[in-house]
Ligand binder design. Structure first.
Ligand SMILES: Nc1ncnc2c1ncn2[C@@H]1O[C@H](COP(=O)(O)OP(=O)(O)OP(=O)(O)O)[C@@H](O)[C@H]1O
Length: 325
């Protein structure tokens, strides 16, 4: 018997799009002879997630993350392959399936602006047939954790973005899901709201055992919340493993960033350039060569404002992508 709460087999999604030609003539031509093209958004994904894991599903813009979440939550049909989520085929959209998952999307609100959060939650209570006592205690507990107890009776349109996101979370969790799908949940929020929400997600995962499937471009979200990362590029998985393992794999090096002097010549230092613009440069240096490299750069006046830092998760991911997968 497997403990997998999500299983994905050979899952693919193609979108068919029509290229529109310019001008009236072009529009008429497109009408009779449409120029169609297929976008292969997700290609033969294969992975599984155990109950209680906290997984970051990450990649550059257009990598296929949202498309994957939509297929796993049953809002989009796969072109081929299938998934099993909580024992269900998502495309059947069974009531028990819908009760077992929650989806929070940072850029798409599911709330009704004219209702108060409490009214909306009452609506969910009826739809999902949540027991009265369980409902009241969950709302009270989660609202306290998210520090929005005094916002439950304010019309939603009058709430700040951060408060609205917290209500989205409360609405997701009130149905007591087993899996929480999060698509960019902290996008556009200030640092305090981001911190509150991250802390809340970690608590849900560690204390209540809710499985987390998160996409985000915010490395702080990923490193705080996720124990495992699945990295996708152009619809395919390029890395799958523990977050710490990924960091350790690249942990033998340090980064040195500095302002280049007018005498600077990269050929003289023989270290890998990670990033540079007109004024500054970041090089990757093996840990045991940091002192030697720094003293050389200083002595030869190759630069100033030296900063040494350990590899951060976004550096690692940048490196993975720059290897040309
Ligand atoms: N409804 C659609 N019709 C046609 N193409 C689409 C549609 N939705 C997404 N795509 C394309 O599929 C690819 C994957 O898109 P998707 O939104 O899944 O990426 P993503 O990884 O979530 O990106 P981002 O980080 O920018 O949100 C992109 O090339 C996108 O343009």
């Amino acid at each position: 018997m497997t403990n997998n709460i999500i299983e994905v087999h050979n899952l693919s999604k193609n979108y068919q799009v029509t290229n529109r030609s310019n001008g009236t003539l072009g529009a008429i031509k497109s009408l009779f002879k449409p120029d169609k093209r297929v976008i292969r958004a997700v290609k033969s994904l294969e992975f599984s997630i155990s109950a209680g894991e906290s997984v970051g599903f990450i990649g550059q813009n257009g990598a296929g993350k949202t498309t994957t979440i939509k297929m796993l939550t049953g809002t989009l049909f796969p072109s081929s392959g299938y998934s099993v989520v909580n024992g269900f085929d998502p495309i059947e959209r069974k009531k028990e399936f819908k009760k077992s998952i929650a989806v929070v999307m940072g850029n798409r609100s599911q709330l009704f602006p004219d209702l108060t959060p409490r009214d909306y939650l009452q609506l969910l209570k009826s739809i999902y047939e949540i027991d009265g006592k369980v409902f009241e205690s969950t709302v009270a507990r989660i609202a306290k954790l998210l520090k929005i107890e005094n916002k439950l009776d304010v019309q939603t349109r009058k709430l700040s973005l951060g408060e609205r996101m917290k209500v989205e979370f409360l609405a997701g969790v009130v149905i007591q899901p087993k899996i929480l799908f999060l698509d960019e949940p902290t996008i556009g929020l200030d640092v305090i709201a981001k911190r509150d929400i991250r802390k809340f997600i970690v608590q849900l995962n560690r204390e209540e055992g809710i499985t987390i499937f998160l996409t985000s471009h915010d490395m702080e979200d990923i490193s705080t919340i996720c124990n495992r990362l699945i990295i996708v590029n152009k619809g395919s998985i390029i890395w799958d493993g523990e977050t710490d393992k990924l960091l350790n794999k690249f942990g033998r090096d340090k980064y040195i960033s500095f302002t280049k002097s007018e005498f600077f010549e990269i050929s003289k230092i023989n270290q890998k350039v990670v990033d540079q613009d007109q004024a500054t440069i970041t090089i990757k240096v093996p840990k045991n060569e940091v002192d030697k490299t720094l003293s050389y750069l200083n002595k030869e006046q190759e630069g100033s404002n030296f900063k040494i830092h350990n590899l951060k998760l976004d550096d690692v991911i940048f490196e993975l992508f720059s290897k040309g997968y």
